[in-house]
Write a protein that binds this ligand. Structure first.
Ligand code: GLA
Length: 388
């Protein structure tokens, strides 16, 4: 990474990278012990690392030009803030998981990324996972990827302060080209599911609405609290324990709003299972109705969509998309659409026109492909990036 030498004055020992993710289906189910089916995307964060001979860690990014310096002896999650908390939080989380770092020497870290920020494509997990995989290699920790996912989630929960589940980090670490990662957030079992989008002439369109979402302060934590309250009221440890057969009892026991939160989780778990089965049996052209039903459930029952996301989904479907839904935590961010070859330009134009007609901010529209998860890069250089 040329930028590393320019910044720190010497060559890095290695460059590692981790991708953002799109969640194909299974929203807000992860922290309820449920099922998710995300895939890693061809937008990544690169992390170049150099060795030091003291206990200092310096973190810098080509996107901010700010350098944050801490000592390995004084890592305190309450003192971490801003973007560097995603990096330093991972190092702190390693110690919180009982990894002894007292004999380790410090590091210089430089990050660069082309994962769009705030679009619901897990730019934060990409930073955490690039850091985690780099340190795991460099310090020969040999931690399995699923342990690294938990460590990254811990960093996000405690050092960043966002009460998120484990989906994003799992997708970023375990993703594989052309595959989705089916994760059971109760047993933590994973299965790679072939997506076959390219074989079937399907492009995944991302429509970033630029409506901002803030997990730490927004409705995400409220939704999580509602789910936990509902589980307690229904006498189960997590909503994963419920099936559609329990919904009648839930409706009687809960107020209308809490019931609808529960109904989303229960039906969404079902939809993830059906989507994985349909992908295996019949391929990606068969999952459109499941994606749309997921969006409707998030819009009406979980209430995490916004008008711009609904407009993106409705316009994409009207333009010939196989399926579409908002993706990620909600309250803004991006929608995805599975677009058959030949429809991409038509749908793109239709979405732009619909947003213009309603006076909404112009969305950014681009395609993504299911891509490999976190890895060490062979080269010591990456495309230089100052913005995206
Ligand atoms: C965010 C969180 C994930 C998950 C999704 C919603 O992306 O980081 O853990 O809860 O929202 O499905």
């Amino acid at each position: 990474m040329q930028a590393f030498a320019t910044h720190y004055g010497y060559e890095p020992v290695g460059v590692w990278s981790a991708p953002g993710r799109v969640n194909l289906i299974g929203e807000h189910t992860d922290y309820n012990g449920g099922l998710v089916l995300p895939f890693a995307i061809d937008r990544r964060t690169w992390c170049a690392v150099g060795d030091r001979d003291d206990r200092v860690v310096r973190v810098s990014s080509t996107l901010t030009h700010e350098t944050v310096q801490v000592s390995l002896d004084g890592l305190d999650p309450d003192q971490l803030s801003g973007w560097s908390a995603y990096v330093l939080g991972v190092i702190w989380a390693l110690t919180a998981e009982g990894i002894d770092l007292t004999s380790r020497s410090g590091l210089d870290i430089l990050l660069t990324s082309d994962v769009p920020l705030g679009a619901g494509l897990s730019s934060s997990a990409a930073i955490e996972c690039a850091t985690a995989i780099a340190i795991n290699d460099l310090w020969h920790l040999d931690l399995p990827l699923q342990d690294l996912a938990r460590i990254c989630q811990r960093a996000e929960n405690r050092a960043v302060g966002a009460p998120t589940g484990i989906m994003d980090q799992t997708a970023s670490l375990l993703g594989k080209a052309d595959h989705g990662v089916l994760l059971d957030c109760e047993s933590f079992a994973t299965e790679l599911v072939p997506l076959r989008f390219a074989d079937e002439g399907i492009t995944v369109m991302v429509i970033d609405t630029h409506v901002s979402h803030a997990h730490a302060t927004g409705g995400y934590a409220d939704r999580r609290a509602s789910c936990e309250k509902a589980a307690a009221a229904l006498g189960v440890t997590s909503l994963r324990a419920l099936t559609r057969a329990d919904l009648e009892r839930a409706e009687q026991a809960l107020d209308d709003e809490t019931f609808r939160r529960v109904r989303h989780i229960v039906t969404e778990n079902d939809r993830v299972a059906h989507t994985a089965a349909a992908l295996l049996d019949s391929g990606p052209r068969s999952i459109g109705a499941l994606l749309v039903a997921s969006h409707v459930s998030m819009r009406d029952d979980f209430e995490i969509s916004v008008p711009e996301l609904d407009l993106a989904v409705d316009t994409a479907i009207a333009g010939g998309a196989i399926g579409a839904r908002m993706t990620g935590g909600g309250f803004g961010g991006a929608a995805i659409a599975l677009v058959p070859a030949g429809h991409y330009d038509i749908i793109e134009r239709a979405v732009l026109a619909a947003f213009a007609a309603t006076g909404s901010t112009t969305p950014t529209i681009f395609s993504v492909t299911p891509s490999p998860g976190a890895r060490r890069e062979r080269a010591l250089t990456v495309p230089s990036m100052t913005e995206h």
